[in-house]
Design a protein around this ligand. Structure first.
Ligand code: TRP
Length: 339
């Protein structure tokens, strides 16, 4: 096994990836593939924490997330790309970690408190939802990961993972490296309505959106609210639309648009057309790769199967170490009897 540090990250498979997922996470993951030994996965069990009442779409969403990953540049030859539930060792490690995780630590997690408050249409007072970050810790420790590239919104989960890791190592010996969050600088990715882009707000542009969808969405984007008439000068620095230029336009175009907007030489409607063109140019190769993968289901399934097999090898190695550290050495004892 190589001496490279191990990187691990995952994404809940609740639907196709949008630009927020791409610019906030997956794009950064792509850049880590040469320097580190990388594991990337679709967290289908984590999707259950909110979608437990209707599981009908989780498996299909999971395959689509894997297709999105690869279309966006994750390379199954260089990274281990897999599905969480295809490596059942996640569940065993989760159970063991749950035994040493104090309830109070989980109840204090800010994302937990926030979601319980914000999400009204689902009953989130479940054991599984409270334990979400314990399962996440299991995901990380199962691969003895050193670095976990995530968005800032995951900071509290990573802190908790580190605490659980220290506690485990204190009780049973130094099995796990303490995982560090790798907060890659993530640009602001606003939704069409100016709030953060999020699946649950219905304000996102997806990697699989067609040209027509992108045009329709671009034309509905919120713009500078202080620019009422076409002749009013605009404020690109505080305009939602301009954030999209920062993401997908070359610097010359960004400067040109900013200048002309300030002088009221370009209107918001023209600018939305420009943005649609740039988004289409940026996303078309990704969408085409994705469509090819979805159309060739056998190949996609092969990739998932092979990635999950590789992931499982490392997971089983870790669990052997864990069982022995905790004194559950039945397999070894049995092997002795057999001899
Ligand atoms: N909680 C992460 C998110 O919502 C997804 C996730 C699950 C994850 N397990 C993980 C991220 C392990 C990093 C490492 O984005």
């Amino acid at each position: 096994m190589s001496q490279k540090a191990v990187v691990l990250s995952g994404m809940r498979s609740t639907g196709p990836l949008h630009l927020g997922n791409y610019f906030g996470a997956v794009k950064n993951w792509v850049g880590l593939q040469d320097r580190y030994e990388c594991f990337y996965f679709a967290a289908d069990w984590h999707a259950l924490t909110t979608d437990y009442a209707d599981t009908g779409e989780i498996a299909e969403n999971t395959l689509h997330v894997i297709a999105d990953f690869i279309a966006a540049g994750l390379d199954p030859e260089r990274s281990v790309i897999f599905v969480q539930s295809m490596v059942p060792e996640h569940a065993e490690l989760h159970l063991l970690l749950s035994m040493i995780t104090p309830l109070g630590m989980l109840e204090r997690v800010p994302t937990y408190k926030e979601q319980i408050r914000e999400i009204q249409n689902k009953d989130l007072s479940t054991y599984g939802f409270l334990g979400y970050p314990v399962l996440q810790t299991g995901d990380i420790l199962l691969y003895r990961a050193h670095l976990v590239p995530v968005g800032e919104d995951q900071a509290s989960h990573l802190e908790l993972s580190r605490e659980i890791t220290r506690k485990f190592n204190r009780f049973y010996g130094e099995v796990f490296p303490e995982p560090k969050a790798l907060f890659t600088p993530t640009p602001k990715v606003p939704g069409l309505d100016g709030r953060k882009m999020s699946k649950s707000y219905g304000n996102s542009i997806q990697l699989c959106d067609s040209e027509e969808e992108i045009r329709r969405k671009a034309s509905s984007m919120f713009t500078d609210p202080t620019r009422i008439r076409r002749t009013d000068p605009g404020h690109p620095e505080s305009c939602n639309l301009y954030d999209f230029h920062r993401l997908v336009s070359p610097p010359e175009l960004q400067e040109k648009v900013a200048r002309e907007c300030r002088l009221a030489q370009i209107g918001c409607v023209d600018d939305k057309k420009l943005i649609a063109d740039r988004l289409i140019e940026y996303l078309t190769p990704i969408r085409e790769r994705r469509e090819a993968l979805i159309a060739d289901r056998d190949t996609l399934l092969d990739i998932v199967g092979e990635g999950s097999r590789k992931a499982r090898e490392r997971a089983q190695e870790t669990l052997d170490q864990v069982r022995s550290a905790m004194g559950f050495d039945y397999q070894k004892l049995l092997a002795k009897v057999a001899r």
